[in-house]
Design a protein around this ligand. Sequence first.
Ligand SMILES: *Cc1c(COP(=O)(O)O)cnc(C)c1O
Length: 379
Amino acid sequence: MSLMGTYPPQAVTFVKGSGSELWDDQGRRYLDFLGGLAVTSLGHAHPEVARALSEQASTLLHVSNLFGSLPQRELAATLDRLIDSGPGQVFLANSGAEANEAAIKLARRWGGRGRHVVVSAYGSFHGRTLATLHATGQPSKHEAFQPLPEGFRHVAWRDADDMRRAVDPTVAAVLIEVVQGEGGVNLAGADYIQEVRRICDETGALLMFDEVQTGLGRTGRWFAFQRYGVRADVVTVAKSLGNGVPIGACWARDEIADAFKPGDHGSTFGGQPLAVSAALATLRVMQQIDAPAQAEAKGAYLRERLSELPAVRDVRGLGLLLAAELAEGIPAQPVAAAALEAGLVVNAVTPTALRFAPSLLVTNDEIDEAVAILAGVLQ
Ligand SMILES: *Cc1c(COP(=O)(O)O)cnc(C)c1O
């Protein structure tokens, strides 16, 4: 074995995908209800994304960001329109962690020395680089990598009083997920998010939404924060942006983004033509199919069908980012493993809950089939 052991041993090897289906190296078919962890929102091998990639691959793969390449501005303009929080600017990166790194650096650049602290919530997940790891509110993940970069503070999730206490004049920004994805698909209520917005308005701290998992239609809105009628100062996106091609983006309102000057930040690959062509095709299709409406409708159906299972105690989440809390005494990990054996890909997002993040184009028939597989496993 020549791969570093950062992941547990892998039970299956996938070699092909189409829509919501995957095939392994033994020719077995699976239904993919995890979507590469909320990545393949248009399903596997979407023809328009494939066409855009192949055209771009034979036109221009890469140039340095020292030079212009055509579609970056179009991508930035589309994101700006969908985020809809006032005119803003976009930095293009290669992943969610990099998008959040850009947000954290921007917050520090904007705040200046002495106002550099980033506040995030316990239970959050913001990435694996040293800074985003420290922003991630899971102390068990920190321990082996101490010392971590200074300037991060954690607050109790959904506790507005704790947030108010934490946001002092040294705080540049609050970084928050509207739904904690990796943390267990835990929703923040409207009251909490609106109160956090008020705290940021009163103190002048930036409100940065990490929409890496929730963004681009999955929760039934283009971005989850839009459910609560608040404005964003900074938004990060990645997972589904390229429908499987690595790309991330950090959007910020003009007044904030203007803090970045030439030389402050950069990336060799960020915004390169191949990744941008995938993102443009993905966003074009997402707008054609009305991605938020798809997620809302399919999500309601999946939620209803999952709720019918006697071994499911509760279903939580928004749109097509759902978790099924299993009945007392049923551990999620063995259920996910048995589901995989039975041809359904899901994951145990907590020891007692399964996560579902299928393609937004999943059909009701595929949902029925997936729920039937799960029902069989749970019996
Ligand atoms: C997955 C995720 C990240 C990290 O993205 P990578 O592309 O793995 O670096 C950051 N924030 C949230 C909310 C995520 O779900």
